[in-house]
Design a protein around this ligand. Structure first.
Ligand SMILES: [Zn+2]
Ligand SMILES: [Zn+2]
Length: 316
């Protein structure tokens, strides 16, 4: 269903058998939970209606949810509401977190192309150095979140990769530089503003140095926003399963992202986090020593089952 290009550094028997690929986000565990719910629901049928169990592939950047929707998911399998769940290492096992409103941010990919003029490192006055332009663009971009975003709102701009020149050529000024990064936001107007500001800054900084630059701005995943009624219904369901002390109604949203967001744009619903523990020993999502906690499988099954049974109760 899903895996990441990560070489697993665990040594237990159930570690990945495919070199350089591992289930470092626990989607294999989520799949098992939904299969468990399918088996229970098929055997007991303690609900009145139709439940569709959606095994959403390609979450790690391939937007499987969007592809399913484009393939006619909701026309072929009509749904009044949609629910999803993800394990969360920083919450202890036995806990469930869900809240109305934002759960995860929108994730955009930014690619900045800078074109200068290559030349000899000893004669930079004859060249237009795209590395210097890149350095100024990277610094200028830091002002957008600090100076243009409302501090009550949240946004991140991380320029994570800079490619220019050749490490083996100490005296060659390259012609081009490329910067790649990501922008995370919750509100559409903040996203629009950052896209516009980034483009203006990049072009004007480059122009100031006599270079050319442009931004390719790609909106990858929208923000994951739970609808109010379904999130409150989810809280009641979680409360019944784990009790007040273990139900987390106010978890801070994460700047991470999730393609279930596309489904929440189509239907009301809620995205849950289920505590799995392990973060204290370095077992984070996408870490080389991540391990899905099998002890939370029954609770995950119960959550899916009870959402369906409570949403579509048998007539009394
Ligand atoms: Zn994941
Ligand atoms: Zn992941």
């Amino acid at each position: 269903m899903d895996a990441l290009p990560i070489a697993e550094e665990n040594h237990f028997e159930h570690r990945s058998t495919h070199a350089g690929v591992m289930h470092a986000c626990g989607h294999d565990g989520h799949t098992t939970m939904l299969l468990g719910a399918a088996r229970h629901l098929a055997a007991t049928r303690d609900f009145d209606g139709v439940a569709h169990l959606i095994f959403q592939p390609g979450e790690e950047g391939y937007g499987g949810a969007q592809k399913m929707i484009e393939d006619g998911l909701f026309e072929r399998f009509p749904c009044d509401a949609v629910y999803a769940m993800h394990n969360w290492p920083s919450l202890p096992p036995g806990t469930i977190a869900v809240r109305p409103g934002p759960m995860m941010a929108a994730a955009d990919r930014v690619t900045i192309h800078i074109e200068g003029r290559g030349g000899h490192g000893a004669h930079p006055y004859l060249a237009i150095d795209p590395v210097v332009v890149a350095a100024h663009i990277i610094t200028a971009a830091q002002s957008i979140v600090s100076r243009n975003v409302n501090p009550i709102d949240a946004a991140v701009i991380s320029l994570c990769s800079l490619q220019a020149g050749n490490p083996g050529a100490m005296s060659v000024i390259p012609r081009e530089a490329t910067i790649v990064g990501t922008v995370r936001t919750f509100k559409r107007e903040t996203q629009d503003m950052i896209e516009a500001r980034l483009s203006e800054l990049v072009q004007s900084v480059a122009q100031g140095f006599g270079a050319k630059a442009r931004v390719d701005y790609e909106r990858v995943y929208p923000a994951t926003i739970n609808s109010r009624d379904e999130a409150l219904f989810g809280q009641q369901t979680a409360l019944e399963l784990v009790g007040e002390a273990q139900m987390v109604p106010d978890l801070d949203p994460s700047m991470g992202s999730e393609d279930f967001a596309f489904m929440l744009q189509q239907r009301p619903g809620a995205y849950f986090r289920i505590g799995q523990g392990g973060s204290e020993s370095g077992c984070f999502l996408h870490n080389t020593s991540y391990d899905f906690n099998d002890a939370i499988l029954p609770l995950g099954v119960a959550l899916f089952v009870r959402l369906i049974e409570r949403a579509m109760p048998l007539p009394a």
